[in-house]
Ligand binder design. Structure first.
Ligand code: IPE
Ligand code: IPE
Ligand code: MG
Length: 258
C-alpha cells in the first residue's frame, strides 16, 4: 500500500534512544502483520487493578496499532482478540470482553471511514452475544467498500476449528460433485479458511513474553517470521511496531530454498 512519507515522519515524531524511523527500509515493509495481543490481565494486576481495566487499556494499543499500520502502508493488520478457549474464563470477564468489542467498534467506526480501513472478522461469530454480533455485522457492512488497509479481528477464533470447518466445507463440495478429491491442494484448503483471499502473515508479533501460538493461524503461519516481546499489550506502542519491523527486516526468508 502507498506510504505518505511526510505523514509518517510527523507521526513518528521524537524517537526513543534505541529505535528510529531512519532504521526502517520503507521499500521492504511486511504486507500482512498479525498480532497475538497478550498480557492485558498481567498489566492490570501489576497495577493492582481489575483485569477488566487491562482489556480497556488494550483497546488504546489496538487503536494505535491500526493507525500505525495504515501509516506504514501494511495491506493487512490482523489481531487475535478472543480464542475459542477464552470461554473458559470467568463469565464476568467474558461478558466484559464481549461488550467491550461492541462498544469499541461503534466508537471506532469513524476511524475506519477516515482511514479507509476495511473490517474483516475471523471466527464463529454466530456464537457471540446478539449485541456484539449485530455491531460486528454493521461494521462489516459499513466498511465493505473501503479499499485501504484490511483490519481483521479474530474473535471466537480457533485454528483447529477453522481447519475442521474448511474440511467439512470441502467434503460437502466433493459430495455434491463440485470438486474432485484429487484436486484438493493446499490452495484449495486456504480458500476455505477465514483468511481466504488474504496473503499469509509476513510477521507475527506476540506480546507479554509468551512463546506459543495458542491455537492461532496454524495453517497460515507456515513461513511467517515470529517476533516475541516481553512488552505487555497495553504498553505496546508505534515504537514497538517499528522494533518488530526492524527485526523482520534483518531476517533472511528462504521459504525452503537456499
Ligand atoms: C489478552 O490478554 C487478551 C485476551 C486473551 C482476551 P490476557 O487477558 O490473556 O492477559 P494475561 O495473559 O492474562 O496477562
Ligand atoms: C491468546 O491468549 C488468545 C488471545 C490473545 C486472544 P491467551 O492468553 O488466551 O493464551 P494462553 O492461554 O496464555 O495460551
Ligand atoms: Mg493471556
Amino acid at each position: 500500500m502507498q506510504i505518505d512519507q511526510q505523514k509518517l515522519i510527523e507521526y513518528y515524531g521524537d524517537a526513543p534512544d534505541d529505535i528510529s524511523l531512519a532504521e526502517i527500509d520503507l521499500g521492504h515493509l511486511p504486507s500482512h502483520v498479525s498480532i497475538i495481543m497478550d498480557g492485558n490481565g498481567r498489566w492490570a494486576t501489576k497495577r493492582g487493578l481489575d483485569r477488566a481495566k487491562g482489556h480497556v487499556a488494550g483497546v488504546d494499543s489496538l487503536r494505535e496499532a491500526v493507525t500505525t499500520s495504515v501509516r506504514l502502508g501494511f495491506d493487512v493488520l490482523s489481531a487475535y482478540a478472543f480464542s475459542t478457549e477464552n470461554w473458559k474464563r470467568p463469565k464476568l470477564e467474558v461478558d466484559l470482553l464481549m461488550s467491550l468489542f461492541a462498544k469499541t467498534l461503534v466508537k471506532e467506526l469513524p476511524l475506519f471511514h477516515q482511514e479507509n480501513v476495511r473490517l474483516k472478522l475471523f471466527g464463529d461469530l454466530e456464537a457471540l452475544p446478539d449485541e456484539t454480533y449485530r455491531v460486528f455485522m454493521r461494521g462489516l457492512d459499513e466498511t465493505a467498500d473501503h479499499d485501504g488497509m484490511t483490519f481483521a479481528l479474530a474473535v471466537n477464533y480457533g485454528s483447529r476449528a477453522e481447519i475442521a470447518r474448511a474440511a467439512a466445507q470441502i467434503a460437502r463440495e466433493a459430495k455434491e460433485g463440485l470438486i474432485d478429491p484429487d484436486d484438493i491442494t493446499p490452495d484449495v484448503v486456504a480458500a476455505h479458511l477465514y483468511t481466504a483471499g488474504l496473503p499469509d502473515p509476513d510477521l507475527l508479533i506476540r506480546t507479554s513474553g509468551e512463546l506459543r501460538l495458542s491455537n492461532y493461524f496454524l495453517y497460515q503461519l507456515a513461513y511467517t517470521e515470529f517476533y516475541a516481546t516481553d512488552t505487555l499489550w497495553p504498553d505496546f506502542t508505534r515504537w514497538d511496531m517499528l522494533r518488530a519491523v526492524r527485526s523482520f527486516q534483518h531476517r533472511s526468508r528462504r521459504f525452503g530454498g537456499v
